[in-house]
Design a protein around this ligand. Sequence first.
Ligand code: BEZ
Length: 211
Amino acid sequence: MSLQLNDEAPDFTAQTTEGEINFHEWLGDSWGVLFSHPADYTPVCTTELGATARLKDEFARRNVKVAALSVDEVDSHKGWIQDINETQNTQVEFPIIADPDRKIADLYGMIHPNASGNLTVRSLFVIGPDKKIKLMIVYPASTGRNFQEILRVIDSLQLTANYSVATPADWKEGEDVVISGSIKDEEIPAKFPKGHRIVKPYLRMTPQPNK
Ligand code: BEZ
């Protein structure tokens, strides 16, 4: 059966551009992003890994470790990193995992044979400090991902892990959030002292509590 939200992220040991890693040990207490790309030395993938590298400080600020993966070998990844650094105005400083036997791709369901033959599609998993999968997205090879959206979702995941709130459509850090349905109206003032609005009995808004 394929992975689902809140399943444990499968553990593995693999060769990477930064040496051998055991995934769970490498994650430690951090959040993680594990994302696959179809192949090294391809144009959209080059821009995606460049975009991720440029967001190094944004991931670090959120205590998120990032690892990329494809079915290519470590030597291929290492050569390609030179091109990414040269063309994308950045330095790749996160591991790119080599998965030539597709062991990890199979564990995570990253190969969709009807879409992309033997290559990984653009899968992305956000993993919490409890090693559980918090987000899964899958894009086709022809569409590069929006890594600002990944940061936005991580902001939501980290906020909602700590407060009884949810984030509305198109929410961004600093905007009002939705009070969880499990909170009774009479509990709101104590839990959300910054104020609240009852738009409908099921739609109650409050300023972002940790801002
Ligand atoms: C790309 O990264 O541009 C790409 C990779 C595989 C298939 C199609 C596009």
